[in-house]
Design a protein around this ligand. Structure first.
Ligand code: SF4
Ligand code: SF4
Length: 345
């Protein structure tokens, strides 16, 4: 087991305050029934390290929704920014898996993206366990657990009176050493509490899987290919209104659009998030469109996530976060589509 220490809950804000001397700190804050990332300021309230994933996907910090990528037709490879690096707290296991896809796309050896790398290389990730599940959570079906196991610098497991803090990298280790006065040894009774709590959340997600009859990822292989000409796509796409919310909210979706803009002084090239569900996404300059119909675009979305990505990157481009289920105004439920693909109805 990796090194663990205990942080008393009364010291959390002070510890975050220390982090904010070196980092721009963002962390989940509860508003109504949702959690949103907010920039840390000393009087920030309603911080939630536990519960479930925030409303926004983690990718928004690294692959920005809108970014200037060139000015006046000169390359704008970013120099190290003057502002502080990012520290993002309360990141959940489902969003950490999103890194596997985003890193594959933007950090590959042949054509790395300097804008993504700039944000990714300097960051500090302090993840945390889910302490409950909502009815859209289905991470277990994608082979994930509702508590982080990799890709973090520190992980916080909320328990009574504080947090068990697990070290996940050398950066995390030095942070603990730097702020050693905040941390104590973990007692056996606290480890037991974490074990019980993790098991409870595992059971809650299991209950979701049973209730919605969600197949597990070991049954996904070949499911899209087998159903390529199936009526499932037309049937499922009937209510889609082509809003693109499922792409925007997804921690693994990464398609973008480039466009130019001119003001009085200069030309700029911008990159914004794009959506493969929108009609013009695949349209080419001559006007031809290989995916004219909505059902073709829905099929393409599933093909990319459950056929293309496992083939090229050995990972399903879905983390089971359930955000697209909550965001879809047409009530298209990815779990139901996967079930239909697997059982072939
Ligand atoms: S496809 Fe849906 S459930 Fe899967 S990672 Fe994207 S938003 Fe989450
Ligand atoms: S969120 Fe739903 S309605 Fe909007 S594009 Fe995606 S599938 Fe269609």
């Amino acid at each position: 087991m990796s090194k663990c220490v205990f942080l008393w809950s009364g010291d959390l804000k002070s510890f975050i305050g220390k982090l904010s001397e070196t980092y721009q700190v963002y962390l989940p804050v509860k508003k109504g029934t949702q959690r949103f990332y907010k920039k840390y300021v000393p009087d920030l309230n309603n911080i939630v390290m536990g519960e479930v994933r925030p409303f926004e996907p983690l990718k928004a910090f690294f692959f920005r929704a809108k970014e200037v990528v060139a000015e006046s037709f000169e390359n704008r490879v970013p120099s190290p920014p003057a502002d502080k690096p990012l520290a993002i707290l309360g990141v959940k296991a489902c969003d950490l898996k999103g890194f596997k896809v985003e890193d594959f796309v933007f950090s590959n050896n042949t054509d790395p993206d300097p804008f993504y790398l700039k944000n990714r290389e300097r960051n500090l990730i302090i993840s945390s366990d889910c302490t409950c599940a909502i009815d859209t959570c289905f991470c277990l079906a994608l082979g994930l657990k509702p508590f982080p196991q990799e890709n973090f610098d520190l992980n916080f497991s909320p328990i009574q009176d504080g947090y068990i803090v697990e070290v996940g990298s050398s950066k995390g280790e030095s942070l603990i050493k730097q702020h050693t006065s905040y941390f104590k040894e973990v007692a056996k009774v606290q480890e037991d509490e974490r074990y019980r709590q993790r098991n409870q959340v595992l059971q809650d997600v299991e209950t979701n899987l049973k209730q919605f009859d969600v197949p597990s990822q070991d049954r996904f292989q070949g499911a899209v290919e087998r159903n390529f000409d199936s009526k499932i796509w037309e049937d499922e796409a009937k209510t889609c209104v082509e809003c693109g919310a499922c792409n925007a909210i997804c921690p693994t979706c990464h398609c973008f659009l480039l466009y130019d803009q001119k003001d009085e002084k200069k030309m700029e090239r911008l990159r914004i998030w794009d959506s493969c569900m929108i009609k013009d996404f695949a349209r080419v300059a001559g006007g031809a469109n290989p995916r004219k119909k909505l059902w073709m675009r829905l099929r393409n979305r599933f093909e990319k996530k459950f056929d293309f990505f496992p083939k090229v990157a050995n990972v399903y481009a879905c983390t089971g976060c359930g955000r697209c289920i909550s965001a879809c105004p047409a009530k298209i439920d990815i779990r139901k589509v996967l079930k239909r693909l697997v059982i072939g109805s």
